[in-house]
Ligand binder design. Structure first.
Ligand code: 45M
Length: 333
């Protein structure tokens, strides 16, 4: 089987990307944030207090003839940006891009944190990291990808995110028309449950390539590209009037400045993914006429995060083991 679903930026800053998902019988429609940085599929629900909702679609298990509560099961998750949610668990039919997972764990929120409440465009998340970090307790559940994997023509999914335009998540196949050149694969370390890999280095504009192992995760659920301070400083020292503005929360640049491209190395064949300078500006920072940089410090997180700013410059293959070992494939587009 194969699936293909269109994913769309939720706002003019490409802050996150939603895609349509149907749950239950008859189908209840949702717009969910596909997140390769977590492994829970959760939705706003009839259990979510009305003062924590803001127009989101809600899942009502009692209206689905195929919903079954998983008795005694619950979930509770916190994300890297400090947001969180928790609730109860049902199994139900979940359809994404023509692909149906019967008996998928659907995590119904009985509470959500403020940033989820205020993001009216997003009804919940589809976790696409490894099932080893699914938070359902006492019986851990599988991600949508793991649930449908046995039925897939190939155990892969791909992310093709775009700047201010619809992109695509495909399941079970690689669309050769969606990228240019070849795909460079690199091994994944999934010991922490993430799509972890090591980039071989970086390049600012047309300067020399800086060989430097940069270990991080490919995370569609994080907006920014979060890298070590030496990389961030090298980038912004090449931008006139860039400043590290605590009140803005990081590096800002003059909004009218053309920014250098930023490239990062992947694989052992010298391949690079190049983020155009135009995509390194995330728009007004909220203070002065400065704009917020798409590259920021990974600081004290302990790992680097190749979020949407990086991923939207590439066609990315999340391969859970067509060659036995999980790997990430990177191609320009
Ligand atoms: O939470 C993470 N990614 N997903 C999402 N962020 C916000 C909503 C969804 C995340 C995962 C790993 C690391 Br390390 C840091 C952050």
């Amino acid at each position: 089987a194969k699936g293909s679903v269109v994913t769309t930026p939720i706002n003019s800053e490409d802050e996150a990307y939603d895609a349509p998902v149907s749950i239950g019988t008859p189908a209840q429609p949702f717009n969910l944030d596909f997140d390769t940085g977590s492994s829970d599929l959760w939705v706003f629900s009839s259990l979510t207090p009305s003062n924590e909702r803001n127009g989101q679609n809600i899942y009502t298990a009692s209206r689905s003839s195929t919903a079954k509560q998983l008795s005694g099961e619950s979930w509770k998750i916190s994300y890297g940006d400090g947001s969180s949610s928790s609730g109860l668990v049902y199994s139900d039919v979940v359809t994404i891009g023509g692909l149906t997972a019967a008996g998928q764990a659907v995590e119904a929120a009985s509470r959500v944190s403020q940033s989820f409440t205020s993001e009216s465009a997003t009804d919940g998340l589809v976790g696409l990291a490894f099932s080893s970090i699914n938070t359902v307790s006492p019986d851990q559940q599988t991600t949508f990808f793991d649930t449908v994997k046995p039925s897939l023509a190939s155990p892969v999914f791909t992310a093709d995110l775009k700047h201010q335009a619809p992109g695509t998540y495909n399941f079970g196949f690689i669309d050769k028309s969606a990228f240019t050149g070849s795909i460079t694969y690199t091994p994944v370390d999934n010991s922490q449950g993430f799509w972890g890999f090591t980039s071989t280095g970086f390049q600012v504009g047309n300067n020399d390539f800086q060989q430097e192992s940069i270990t991080g995760i490919a995370d569609t659920g994080t907006t920014l590209l979060l890298l070590p301070d030496d990389v961030v400083n090298a980038y912004y020292s090449s931008v006139n009037n860039a400043q590290n503005d605590q009140s803005a929360g990081g590096f800002t640049v003059p909004c009218d400045t053309s920014l250098p491209d930023f490239s990062f190395g992947v694989g052992n064949n010298g391949a690079m993914i190049t983020i155009p300078g135009s995509l390194m500006n995330l728009g007004p920072s909220g203070s002065g006429n400065s704009c917020f940089g798409g590259l920021q410090s990974s600081g004290t997180i302990g790992t680097n995060i190749f979020g949407d700013v990086a991923l939207k410059a590439a066609f990315v293959v999340f391969d859970s083991g067509s060659q036995g070992q999980p790997q990430l494939g990177w191609a320009s587009k």
